[in-house]
Design a protein around this ligand. Structure first.
Ligand SMILES: [Zn+2]
Length: 269
């Protein structure tokens, strides 16, 4: 057995996560939990079957597995609670005891979706989070739980003490920009030729009381942009309900979001 063979199946592995073995461990447990909703169950199961690394797994976490729950934030994005996760996140399979070895003392942020009426919107938001994660973006998405009082689903995220989480949660990644961004002038038709199907992130300024602060933040973004930092700032729109202005930014699936968060730390701390 080489040092690169999984101790369970003896197949080649990366040294810490054997996808075939761990998929089976998850699958064997499917009958032992339910979120109470088929779509949510399927959503969680899919991440468990397809994860090729431990941090890609999300779990159904019953609400009673949290303690010291307290509200820490509220805004257009929803309500955020701080909590301690009693069991902690999955680390690796313990062959001897046939159960997951876990990281202990995990502090989490629970995100409740106040403004979503439609359950599909909640699932959509969660899958966007899954897609936006990379190994280096430090906002871990651990799983889903349910508020026992309102029965609304909540995302379980890493609780980050610095500005990262707060800023991250303010970004509402939602939309396709119908027209798309400007590419070049079309001489024949005398109008702008545009890139189509541009996926954008809309960033709300819930916490700014002063409108000058909003403008200031936007000019910091303009200054912080370079040709190489690819978080594009496309424009400004307005939330029709709250009338607050929103920045229209490129929605980036890869590490670009990390760069974006770094910019926030530098300028806002
Ligand atoms: Zn294996």
């Amino acid at each position: 057995m080489s040092s690169y063979a999984c101790p369970e199946c003896n197949q080649e592995w990366n040294g810490y996560w054997c996808k075939p073995c761990n998929s089976k461990h998850f699958q064997n447990d499917f009958n032992n939990w339910t979120s109470g909703n088929d779509k949510t169950d399927k959503f969680i199961q899919d991440t468990q079957l397809n994860a090729d690394k431990g941090w890609k797994v999300i779990e159904w976490i019953p609400y009673d597995r949290f303690k010291d729950v307290k509200q820490i934030g509220k805004g257009g994005f929803g309500t955020i609670y701080y909590a301690r996760w009693i069991d902690g996140s999955i680390r690796e399979w313990n062959i001897e005891y046939q159960r997951w070895r876990r990281y202990h003392k995990v502090e989490v942020a629970l995100k409740k979706f106040d403004n979503f009426v439609n359950f599909n919107d909640v699932l959509n938001e969660m899958s966007i989070h899954l897609k936006a994660r990379t190994e280096y973006v430090s906002i871990k998405f651990y799983g889903i739980t349910q508020d026992p009082e309102t029965h609304s689903y909540m995302m379980v995220l890493l609780y980050a003490k610095d500005g990262n989480l707060r800023e991250y949660l303010k970004i509402n990644i939602i939309n396709w920009w119908i027209d798309g961004s400007i590419r070049e002038w079309n001489i024949e038709y005398q109008r702008w030729r545009r890139y189509h199907k541009v996926e954008v992130a809309l960033k709300k300024f819930d916490n700014f009381v002063n409108f000058n602060d909003v403008l200031n933040e936007m000019s910091i973004h303009l200054k912080a942009r370079t040709e190489y930092v690819s978080i594009k700032f496309y424009g400004i729109t307005q939330d029709p309900e709250t009338h607050s202005y929103m920045m229209v930014l490129l929605y980036a699936k890869d590490g670009n979001l990390r760069e974006y968060l770094k910019i926030n730390i530098i300028n806002w701390s």
